[in-house]
Design a protein around this ligand. Structure first.
Ligand SMILES: Cc1ncc(COP(=O)(O)O)c(C=O)c1O
Length: 378
């Protein structure tokens, strides 16, 4: 059954409205860089690094790199992770989290997640710590800060935050990105702060970590052409930095809007009697969820997804495979049932349309369509 004719589709994510609104600011930033002739690193990247670090913590620093994936890899190397080490992390995340660990030569050790927050379960993670564990790598999944406090209480080594999805989130008064020894941020275009291409950032309070990443991102050379170690080419473009600086000025308002839309989804589910059927990711007290995604656990998830698609409503499954079930990680030796919560979530989760420019009425249309699927039309 299709929706009444004439209703426009609702994408799960779109930049079109944002770009239209920001066009004059974006054009000015673009012109500035074209006029400068500096396209890689340089003043725009340094300004972005300063501006993001300053909003996170007075003593934080940041280093712009080519992607969130590289930010994870470079931060791990800078924290001393290498062959023979283990890194405890979540199997319910994007591939890059554990992929970065393998790139260092270390071994990812998965621990199951919490069914309410979808984040690393601290007890499960701490139970997998061995003398070889160099780092614990929690992910602030969908914009909800993981329980870094409990992890730090039980583990004396370094914690690296995968904050790819969490710029703007916080635990109490501590912003995501400042809770561990270092953090990796992604500027992939769909992220809460997204570039017009790939980009990433390492954040840390430790000058030695920052300096190591700064060196590794330019093939291990602190002085041009004098290479002290083998790094890689992982530099942030000036054009991307200039775009990100424009967008950074809007991030707080966008986070507030994401939160308002999420509240509307939650209230709308409750009002339609669905809150016990379609269960959203929890927001524990004291956590400021940045709602990179509004993700629910939905019975007959694939049926719901088809039902929404037939009504022009987009949705996405993040993530259909827990990492331990992927061929790329087969050598780690896990199997079906190794992480039952992650496996269940992979079968149940659905992310509904959410971006700051989404209208309240569009959320209501999504809610009505969800209600129609479970209840039948009124
Ligand atoms: C949780 C998580 N970690 C890492 C990454 C990797 O970031 P990028 O796509 O910028 O390499 C992403 C995003 O794609 C992500 O969502």
């Amino acid at each position: 059954m299709a929706e009444p004719a004439g209703l426009p589709p609702i994408p799960v994510f779109s930049l079109a409205r944002q770009i239209a609104r920001l066009r004059p600011e974006l054009d000015a930033a673009w012109d500035r860089v074209l006029g400068s002739g500096q396209f890689i690193l340089g003043a725009e990247v340094e300004a972005l690094e300063r501006e993001i670090a300053a909003r996170l913590a007075p003593d934080a620093g940041a280093v712009g790199v080519a992607s969130g994936s590289d930010a994870l890899y470079l931060a791990l190397v800078a924290l001393g992770v290498g062959p023979g080490d283990e890194v405890v992390t979540t199997p319910f995340t994007f591939f890059a989290t554990a992929g970065a660990v393998v790139r260092t030569g270390a071994t990812p050790v998965f621990a199951d997640v919490d069914p309410d927050t979808f984040n690393l379960d601290p007890d499960e993670a701490l139970a997998r710590v061995t003398p070889r564990t160099r780092v614990i790598l929690p992910v602030h999944l969908f914009g909800l800060v993981a329980d870094v406090e409990r992890l730090s209480q039980g583990f004396s080594g370094a914690i690296l935050e995968d904050a790819a999805q969490a710029l703007g989130a916080a635990a109490g008064d501590r912003p995501a990105g400042t809770l561990g020894a270092a953090a990796a941020v992604s500027f992939f275009p769909t992220k809460n702060l997204g570039a017009f291409g790939d980009g990433g950032l390492v954040v840390s309070r430790d000058p030695a970590v920052l300096e190591r990443v700064r060196t590794l991102r330019v093939h291990g050379a602190r002085t041009k052409y004098f290479h002290e170690e083998v790094g890689l080419n992982s530099r942030l473009d000036a054009l991307q930095a200039a775009i990100l600086r424009v967008k950074l000025g809007h991030l707080d308002a966008w986070t507030a809007r994401r939160r308002a839309l999420a509240a509307r989804y939650r209230e709308g589910l409750a009002a339609r009697g669905l809150a016990g059927i379609v269960v959203p990711q929890a927001e524990p007290p004291g956590r400021l969820h940045a709602y990179h995604q509004f993700t629910v656990r939905a019975p007959d998830r694939d049926g719901l997804r088809r039902h929404l698609a037939a009504r022009g409503i987009g949705s996405t499954v993040y993530y259909p495979y827990p990492l331990h079930r992927l061929p790329a990680f087969a050598a780690l030796g896990y199997g079906p049932g190794s992480f039952p919560v992650a496996e269940r979530l992979a079968a149940e989760v659905l992310s509904l349309p959410l971006f700051p420019e989404l209208e309240d009425e569009e959320v209501d249309r999504v809610l009505d369509a969800v209600a129609a699927f479970y209840r039948g039309p009124a």
